[in-house]
Design a protein around this ligand. Structure first.
Ligand code: FMN
Length: 324
């Protein structure tokens, strides 16, 4: 089923999210062969590079350190070149739109010009994967949100291709954040990124890695936010990420107003064929309901069009201990 996302015409609303499944040309070719509408490349990580640079800085005598040299070299050569090569190779080898993904934690110039280089290499859009983990008491929510908007604004000014922002679930008012992003030229929001989660090993009394993969039930919280955001901001494009494990989940997201869904765990679980099965399920469902195109059903459950009180209710008022 055809879809439009970020102004791009896609053959399917099922997009492969930024992950190991889009990190190599061979995997991207498999995504395309299985019927993906687009691929979002594995993110290039500013955070990772800054950490490398910061750890080198510790060992440096010079006030400027070797770290900035290293940073430049690292940015300028292998790491950066590898991503640009992947964009152009994927563009040549497949017909699916390639969306570059940049992990930004500061509005630095390197990253702004890097987004432009991605566009030149053939990326159809840029997805900014922004998350700043607050650990300082003194940084207010407004300060951090302003930084998100500033990063996005700088990238939007630097590139002609559409820019989307992949957001975290942790905002007090996500509608206002997405609206501010729209105000500086962002065309789409991905709801949501699912971050690396540490777990605790109680025997070793230490942090350990939690599973990076989602559960299907995680979709429900995303559906509510998508319905609210898409109703409040009808010109913005939304892609649902987290918990889209099958065709039914994809249809739920589209009904809530998403223009596309992004999938990762489904491929981990079922291989690239998961994409084909999702497309088949969406088509069969649409046919069963007499819908000839996505526009005929997309957003039917978005806020405003559907005023179910279940959308705004968050507390279990009617449930009492000891009663059904
Ligand atoms: C192993 C792994 C690597 C990932 N790497 C990235 C990444 O580089 N950039 C990004 O924006 N999201 C990354 N993600 C998050 C996924 O793109 C996706 O948002 C998340 O897994 C939720 O979708 P799902 O429920 O379909 O798995 C990664 C996820 C996994 C499991």
């Amino acid at each position: 089923m055809k879809a439009t996302y970020l102004g791009l015409e896609l053959d399917s609303p099922v997009v492969v999210s930024s992950s190991p499944y889009t990190a190599t040309l061979a995997n991207i070719e498999q995504c395309a062969a299985a019927g993906a509408g687009a691929v979002v490349l594995k993110s290039i990580f500013e955070e990772q590079i800054l950490h490398h640079a910061a750890s080198l800085e510790q060992y440096s005598d010079s006030p400027y350190g070797d770290a900035s040299d290293y940073l430049q070299r690292y940015l300028g050569e292998d790491y950066k070149a590898g991503f640009l090569r992947l964009v152009s190779e994927a563009r040549r080898a497949t017909a699916v739109p390639v969306i570059a993904s940049i992990n930004c934690v500061a509005a630095g110039d390197e990253w702004i010009s890097y987004a432009a280089a991605m566009a030149e290499a053939g990326a159809s859009a840029v997805e900014l994967n922004i998350f700043i983990q607050p650990v300082e008491v003194s940084r207010s929510a407004q300060e951090l949100e302003r930084l998100y908007v500033e990063i996005a604004q700088r990238v939007c000014r630097a590139v002609k291709i559409p820019v989307s922002v992949k957001l975290s679930m942790r905002f007090t008012n996500i509608v206002s954040v997405v609206s501010a992003l729209e105000g500086v030229g962002v065309k789409g929001a991905v709801l949501f990124n699912r971050f690396f989660e540490p777990d605790v090993d109680v025997e070793k009394i230490s942090f350990v890695e939690g599973s990076p993969y989602s559960e299907a039930s995680e979709l429900r919280n995303v559906l509510r936010t998508t319905a609210i955001c898409s109703g409040a901001l009808p010109r913005m494009n939304f892609a649902v990420s987290t918990g889209v494990h099958d065709g039914e989940a994809a249809v739920k997201a589209l009904l809530c107003g998403a223009s596309a869904v992004q999938v990762c765990t489904a491929i981990h679980r079922d291989g690239f064929a998961a994409i084909t099965r999702m497309n088949e399920w969406i088509d069969a469902w649409a046919e069963r309901h007499g819908f000839a195109s996505l526009d005929e059903f997309r957003g039917r459950l978005s806020f405003g069009k559907n005023d179910s009180e279940l959308l705004q209710r968050v507390q279990y008022m009617k449930y009492f201990p000891g009663r059904e």
